[in-house]
Design a protein around this ligand. Structure first.
Ligand SMILES: C[S@@+](CC[C@H](N)C(=O)[O-])C[C@H]1O[C@@H](n2cnc3c(N)ncnc32)[C@H](O)[C@@H]1O
Length: 288
């Protein structure tokens, strides 16, 4: 009875609740219309992105945005790009890459073929950074690198391996801090304002669209790198994705997450050995 009364006479402080309903209906509508499932993304982050898009379009309600999203695919694409934040850089968190060099790559040497999965690779800077590490460790030749993301336009950029030349100064500093000993400019050639990464790298890379929220495992990997992606998901989706990673890892395979992420909410200790707590590097325990 109370619920009926409330629906007939909404109180003035129902604004927040109403907005939650509108957001949940918008996400459901996107899923049904376009097949993209953002329903289990972090609510606060999704709400901020929606507000941003509303302000760009001069809209007052989420429902008004929903109407545009449903009828104008371009508005959906803009909102989906807002949801899938693509910020990245080469050798981001140099200490992580140093830890990779010292604590992970040496133990991958014994594999005849090393399969690496970059999940949520964005525009590819992280993928080329790892490829450089693998090359310097003498392992690149026997690697297959699978780089996936939900966002097709990020993947298209990743596949090109072309980045603004002005970013190379910062990337060179990051590379040196990650333990790099070579001249970083050996890895790319310059064309106008662009740095074009060595095409040899691409021979062992496969770029493909893969949605961590809905798609399943597609291979068995010795190393899975998924950094700064899980923070955008809620607890349920984080657990789903971590289970997906666990199933996709070979025995004693490595999992690397972002600095604000971890394995705590999947009974980490039972399933993983901690290799480097600060750099969020774990190794799957063999279960007999
Ligand atoms: C902040 S970027 C992280 C890029 C890189 N891993 C790094 O740490 O620099 C987050 C990436 O996750 C991707 N992403 C978001 N939701 C995803 C999903 N459901 N499945 C796969 N990738 C997703 C986004 O498109 C974006 O490229």
């Amino acid at each position: 009875m109370d619920a009926v009364r409330r629906s007939i006479q909404p109180s003035t402080d129902d604004g927040e609740e109403l907005e939650q309903i509108e957001i949940s209906v918008l996400l459901e509508a996107i899923y049904r219309r376009y097949g993209y499932d953002f329903r289990d993304y972090n609510y606060g982050s999704i709400r901020r992105r929606i507000k941003h898009r509303m302000s760009c379009l001069n809209l007052n309600t989420v429902s008004a945005l929903q109407e545009m999203v449903l009828h104008q695919p371009r508005v959906f694409q803009a909102l989906a790009a807002d949801f899938t934040i693509s910020v990245t850089e080469m050798f981001r968190d140099a200490n992580f890459f140093l830890a990779m060099r010292e604590q992970v790559l040496p133990s991958l040497k014994s594999h005849p073929l090393i399969r690496v999965w970059h999940a949520g690779c964005s525009t590819g800077e992280e993928v080329y950074s790892m490829a450089i590490l693998l090359k310097e460790a003498g392992l690149y030749r026997k690697c297959r690198i699978y780089a996936t993301d939900i966002n097709p336009s990020s993947l298209a950029q990743a596949e090109k391996g072309i980045y603004p030349l002005h970013k190379m100064q910062q990337y060179t500093r990051n590379y040196l801090s990650s333990g790099g000993k070579r001249a970083f400019c050996e890895y790319y050639r310059v064309r106008g304002h662009e740095a074009i990464f060595d095409r040899d790298f691409k021979s062992n890379m496969v770029f493909a669209q893969h949605n961590l929220a809905t798609d399943s495992s597609f291979n068995e990997f010795h190393l899975i790198i998924c950094r700064n992606v899980l923070i955008y998901f809620n607890g349920d989706l984080q657990r789903r994705v971590k289970q997906l990673f666990y199933r996709s890892l070979a025995s004693a395979g490595y999992l690397a997450l972002g600095s604000k992420e971890g394995i705590e909410n999947i009974k980490g200790g039972e399933y993983y050995e901690i290799i480097d707590a600060g750099n969020k590097i774990y190794r799957k325990k063999s279960r007999n």
